[in-house]
Write a protein that binds this ligand. Structure first.
Ligand SMILES: C[S@@+](CC[C@H](N)C(=O)[O-])C[C@H]1O[C@@H](n2cnc3c(N)ncnc32)[C@H](O)[C@@H]1O
Length: 414
């Protein structure tokens, strides 16, 4: 009782109330200042990001998209290919005798390229996912049906890291291709199927294999990889700051039988994501980073990408182009750096060559013909046609949220 009375008297002391108010005002002022400075930092970062990319001003042909949607009997608007007009621009000035789509998916980009290039004689579509291949085949058949000129179409269930042997096995020895496309990441069919384990929103097995024939699953990584490796992938592939706690909890879970579903993993993430860090949203963001880390590890995505960029470039004919759409900064960094390495080449002594920005006549000629090209980088082997990556138009970002993180980079062989 005495304590209660003393508390009441303390609260009713006008001096103290004044103090408290002042402190509260001070506190809220400093909180507001922190929020403003954070918002300013965010704005500055956004501005910096805008500077480092070229946002496409290409308008979306909505009628064409609706047409594409209807003509392919799509049930999900996310099946609409990302940055389609920009990809078509990349190849619109080329005479495409041959074209390889390394990531066929539902063949959204491929059908549009085939439609736009009646001169095409040879098309190869690669994917590791049989569901994608089947869907793509149906869409390709409908495009090929009634087409006047003939094109040989091959769809193959292979990893794009094997592009050289795939082209060799087609019986077209030393075939050099005029255009190659890589649209990285998962297809919406994969994300939307909870049984594939890619989505943070559905409950399913901890699978995450793009290629259902591959042996390693996310469940294997979580339940049997060494602790330090689990930590490394969360840190390096997920860029997750809370990786130590997550690693500890994942390893601890093994004592109680391990993690066996995406739901189990989400529960674990929820248990270690402090409510302070944005509640449910914070938890989903952490989960997205953890899922990204696991997916990259399961499919060995970064090493595969780097090796494959070299292989794809080797397969290009002189003047041929390789276009790559990436969806996160780790991928984009690899594309950017590998393109720079590729164009430098090596001289007779095995030394690396150099590269130069926007060099002379070739660059001017290319830019004059193709309005989408802004700044280029020249090397002895090739030209990077996108010194800064091209990103989707604001309109596309609004229409298709998945496109928001897309970055397109293009290289041309000399
Ligand atoms: C974003 S989707 C492509 C969508 C496609 N451009 C379209 O318009 O429908 C990416 C596809 O690439 C496939 N993929 C991912 N990594 C691959 C790899 N290393 N080799 C072959 N295919 C791969 C996935 O299975 C998925 O179907």
């Amino acid at each position: 009782m005495a304590t209660l009375i003393s508390k009441i008297s303390l609260l009713s002391n006008p001096k103290l109330i004044h103090h408290r108010r002042r402190n509260f005002t001070l506190l809220s002022r400093s909180a507001a200042a922190t929020a403003i400075s954070r918002a300013n930092k965010r704005k500055a970062l956004e501005k910096e990001k805008e500077k480092r990319r070229t946002r496409s001003d290409k308008e979306i042909d909505k009628d064409a998209l609706i047409d594409l949607y209807n003509s392919n009997n799509l049930h999900n608007p996310n099946h609409i290919p990302v940055m389609l007009p920009q990809v078509l621009d990349v190849f619109s000035n080329s005479f495409l005798n041959s074209f390889v789509d390394c990531t066929l998916g539902a063949a959204g980009h491929s059908t549009a390229v085939i439609r736009g290039h009646p001169e095409l004689k040879y098309f190869v579509g690669m994917d590791v996912d049989p569901v994608a291949r089947e869907m793509a085949q149906t869409r390709l058949n409908s495009v090929l049906h009634g087409r006047e000129s003939s094109v040989r179409v091959f769809t193959v269930l292979r990893n794009f890291r094997h592009i050289k042997s795939v082209l060799g096995e087609m019986g077209e020895q030393d075939l050099e291709v005029d255009g190659i496309l890589m649209d990285l990441g998962m297809s919406s069919m994969q994300v939307d199927d909870p049984q594939r384990g890619f989505s943070v929103l559905g409950d399913g097995p901890l699978d995450m294999r793009m290629d259902p024939q591959a042996s390693l699953t996310a469940e294997d990584v979580l339940n049997s990889w060494p602790d330090s490796e689990v930590g490394r992938i969360l840190r390096e592939y997920g860029e997750e700051s809370n990786w130590r706690t997550l690693q500890k909890k994942i390893v601890e879970a093994r004592v109680h039988g391990g993690l066996h579903s995406t739901g189990d993993l989400l529960d674990l993430i929820r248990s270690v994501t402090p409510a302070m860090r944005g509640g449910r949203q914070g938890c989903i963001k952490t989960a997205t980073r953890v899922f990204q880390a696991l997916r990259i590890a399961v499919n060995d995505e970064l090493k595969t990408l780097e090796d494959s960029l070299y292989s794809c470039f080797d397969c290009l004919a002189p003047g041929g182009r390789l276009a790559v759409i990436s969806f996160h900064s780790l991928e984009d960094r690899i594309v950017k750096q590998t393109f720079l390495e590729i164009i430098k080449g090596r001289d007779d002594d095995g030394d690396r060559g150099s590269c130069n920005n926007d060099l002379g006549k070739t660059s001017d000629e290319i830019k004059e013909k193709e309005a989408w090209i802004r700044h280029t980088i020249h090397g002895s082997n090739g030209i990077i046609l996108t010194k800064r990556p091209i990103t989707p138009s604001e309109e596309e970002e609004t229409l298709n949220r998945r496109s928001r993180s897309a970055k397109l980079r293009v290289i041309q062989k000399l």
